[in-house]
Design a protein around this ligand. Structure first.
Ligand code: J2J
Length: 531
C-alpha cells in the first residue's frame, strides 16, 4: 500500500460539489501559459533572474524531457533539497509534467533526515546544491546515495540547465493521483510522508486564494523555505501561480534581504512564522528607509502567534494581519481579511472549506462537547493516511486525522490553539520530535538517560531542553558536547538541543512503569511560563 484514498461517498461528494476538479498542476501551468492575458506576465522572480509564464512553461517542458532522458519514470520519486530560487519552481513543475513525484526535503536537512526520507520514499534521484550556506551538499547527497540503494542519480542544481532538451510527450497524470510527497513536521524513526493528490491540493490552493483575496495582481513573497507547506500552498507560490500573479523568492527572511525585494518587486503578500513576524515588526517600529508600502497582507502561522505581537504587526508594518493555522496533512484555518480585530489578534481563524469537519476529543479519544480538546479532522484536502501506511495511530479508526493539537473553539467558530499533546516541540514553526532527539542523545557515552522537553522562549515560543542523567564516571555532558554530538549524527541544526540540565533523577510519574510521555508532560508543565 502506498496511499490511502478517501471513502468513496466522500470522494463523490467532493467531486459533485465541484471541489475536486479534473485538473492537474501541469494543466494549470499550461493553461496560464496559453492564456494571452497571462502568458507574458512575470511568473517567478529571484535575486538572479525572472521568467514569464510562457518562458516557465517552455523551460519546464525542456527540463521534463531532460529528466526523462536521465531515465526518471512517471510515478518515481525525486528528493529535492533546494534553496529559494527559480530552479525550485521549474523542477517541481517539470516533475509534475513528467508524472514523477517531488519529495520536499529542506536545505537544512542533514544525513539523518535525508536518509530516512530517501528510504521511506524509495527515491531514485536527488536534486541538490553543490554548496549552500557554506555546507557541502554534494558530499551529503553522496552519503545518502551510498546508503539508499534506490538512488540512481545525483543532480546538482547547476547542472539542470544542461539537461534541457527538446520537449517530448508525457502521459497526463490522473487528477486524483498523488502529485508529490510533503513532509510531516517532527517525524521520528521512519519519516511520515504526506501524499497529496492534484485534486485535493488544487482545491486547497484555489479555496485559499478565495479566502486570502489572491488575484492576478498578487505579488507573493517567499521568505520561509519554499518547500514548506505554508509558502507552497496557503496560498503560497501555487496560489499566486494559479491566479496568474507573481512569485518572488527571497534567499533569506531577514529584513535586510527581503525588504529590498519587497520594494523592487512591489510585493503585496508574505507568510511568516511568529519569530520572523516579531523581527519584522521590531525592525519597522525602529524605523526603516526601505519602502515596504506595497505590502497589503502579512500572514503569520506555523506556531502560535502571541496576542501581544499580533496587535503590533498591522500598525507597525501598515498591513492586514492574517493568522494561519495549518498542517501539511491538510486542514488550514485562516482569520478572514474582514474579521474584527479581536478575532484576528486572538484566534487562529476558522477552516477554509465548508466541508472541513472538526471534532474535539479527550485523552481517550471520547468526544468532548466543549473544548479544550484534541482536534481531529476530515475533509476534502486532509489525508487519510501517510505514505505506505506509516504511523497509523495518527488516524482514528474512522480515518479522521488526529492533529495532536489542543484547541478551543470560540462562540464565533474560530479556533484558539492552546498547545499540543505528544512529544512534538514547536521551535518557532520548525517542529522537533523530542523522542527523536532523545534517541540520538541516548547514544552519547556520558548520557545514562535523557528526556527532551519544550521550555518557553520569548522569541521562539518554545525551545528544547534536554534533562540528562549522566553516567557515574567521567565528564558530565555539557551543551556544546551534546550539540556537536547530535550534529555529527546528522541532525538538522534546528533539532540540536538549546539547553541541557543535568539531574540526578526524573520526577515520579505515580505509576509503576515509567512513562516517558508522562515524564515529558511533567517536565514541560514545570517549565511553562508563569502567568
Ligand atoms: C499554533 N500552532 C500552529 C498556528 C501551525 C499553513 C500554516 C502552517 C503550516 C504548518 C502549514 C499554527 N498556531 N497558527 O502547513 O499550510 C502547528 C500545529 C500544526 C503543525 C503543523 C500551512 N500553525 N501550527 O505549520 O505541517 O501544531 O504546517 O499541527 O509544518 O504546526 O505543522 P506543519
Amino acid at each position: 500500500m502506498t496511499f490511502t484514498s478517501w471513502p468513496s461517498e466522500l470522494a463523490e461528494q467532493y467531486r459533485s460539489e465541484g471541489l475536486w476538479c479534473a485538473e492537474t498542476f501541469d494543466d494549470v501551468l499550461t493553461a496560464r501559459a496559453s492564456d494571452p492575458s497571462i502568458a507574458d506576465r512575470t511568473a517567478v522572480v529571484d535575486v538572479d533572474r525572472s521568467c514569464t509564464y510562457r518562458e516557465l512553461d517552455l523551460r519546464v517542458g525542456r527540463l521534463a524531457a531532460g529528466f526523462s532522458a536521465l531515465g526518471i519514470e512517471p510515478g518515481e520519486r525525486v528528493l529535492l533539497q533546494m534553496p529559494n530560487a527559480i530552479e525550485f519552481v521549474e523542477t517541481v513543475f517539470a516533475l509534475f509534467r513528467l508524472g514523477a513525484l517531488p519529495v520536499f526535503g529542506l536545505p537544512a536537512h542533514r544525513e539523518a533526515e535525508l536518509v530516512g526520507i530517501a528510504r521511506a520514499a524509495d527515491v531514485v534521484a536527488i536534486v541538490h546544491p553543490r554548496v549552500h550556506d557554506r555546507f557541502d551538499h554534494s558530499a551529503l547527497a553522496q552519503t545518502v546515495a551510498d546508503q539508499v540503494d534506490t538512488v540512481r542519480r545525483l543532480i546538482p542544481i547547476d547542472t539542470l540547465e544542461s539537461l534541457h532538451t527538446d520537449p517530448c510527450g508525457h502521459p497526463r497524470s490522473e487528477p486524483e493521483s498523488v502529485a508529490f510527497l510533503q513532509l510531516s513536521g517532527g517525524s521520528t524513526g521512519v519519516p511520515k510522508l504526506i501524499p497529496r493528490t492534484h485534486a485535493d491540493y488544487l482545491y486547497s490552493v484555489w479555496r485559499s486564494n478565495e479566502v486570502c483575496g489572491v488575484s492576478g495582481d498578487t505579488v507573493y513573497l517567499v521568505v520561509l523555505p519554499v518547500a514548506h507547506n505554508f509558502p507552497m500552498s496557503s496560498p503560497g507560490i501555487l496560489g499566486a501561480l494559479y491566479a496568474g500573479g507573481t512569485v518572488v523568492l527571497s534567499p533569506s527572511p531577514a529584513p535586510s534581504a527581503a525588504w529590498p525585494l519587497v520594494e523592487s518587486e512591489r510585493a503585496t503578500m508574505v507568510g511568516l512564522v511568529p519569530p520572523l513576524a516579531r523581527l519584522w515588526t521590531e525592525t519597522a517600529e525602529r524605523g526603516t528607509t526601505q519602502d515596504i508600502s506595497s505590502l497589503e497582507t502579512i500572514q503569520v502561522g506555523g506556531a502560535r502567534c502571541p496576542d501581544e505581537l499580533a496587535r503590533r504587526i498591522g500598525p507597525a508594518l501598515g498591513v492586514t494581519l492574517q493568522q494561519v493555522f495549518g498542517m501539511a496533512e491538510g486542514l488550514v484555518c485562516y482569520t478572514r481579511l474582514d474579521d474584527p480585530i479581536d478575532v484576528v489578534t486572538r484566534t487562529q481563524g476558522r477552516p477554509m472549506s465548508p466541508l472541513d469537519q472538526l471534532r474535539l476529543v479527550d485523552d481517550d479519544g471520547a468526544a468532548v462537547a466543549e473544548g479544550p480538546g484534541f482536534l481531529e479532522v476530515q475533509g476534502p484536502y486532509t489525508i487519510r493516511g501517510y505514505w505506505n501506511g506509516a504511523a497509523p495511530a495518527s488516524f482514528a479508526p474512522d480515518g479522521w486525522y488526529r492533529t495532536g493539537d489542543v484547541v478551543e473553539i470560540t462562540d464565533g467558530g474560530d479556533l484558539v490553539v492552546l498547545g499540543r499533546g505528544g512529544d512534538r516541540i514547536n521551535r518557532g514553526g520548525e517542529k522537533v520530535s523530542a523522542e527523536q532527539l532523545e534517541e540520538h542523545l541516548l547514544e552519547h557515552p556520558a548520557v545514562r538517560d535523557v528526556i527532551v522537553v519544550a521550555v518557553a522562549d520569548e522569541y521562539l515560543g518554545e525551545r528544547t531542553c534536554a534533562y540528562v542523567i549522566a553516567v557515574d564516571s567521567g565528564e558530565p555532558p555539557s551543551l556544546p558536547m551534546l550539540r556537536a554530538f547530535a550534529r555529527d549524527r546528522g541532525l538538522a541544526d534546528w533539532k540540536l538541543p538549546d539547553s541541557v540540565v543535568v539531574v540526578d533523577g526524573f520526577p515520579e510519574t505515580g505509576v509503576g512503569k515509567v512513562s516517558r510521555r508522562r515524564l515529558r508532560e511533567i517536565l514541560t508543565e514545570q517549565n511553562k511560563p508563569r502567568t
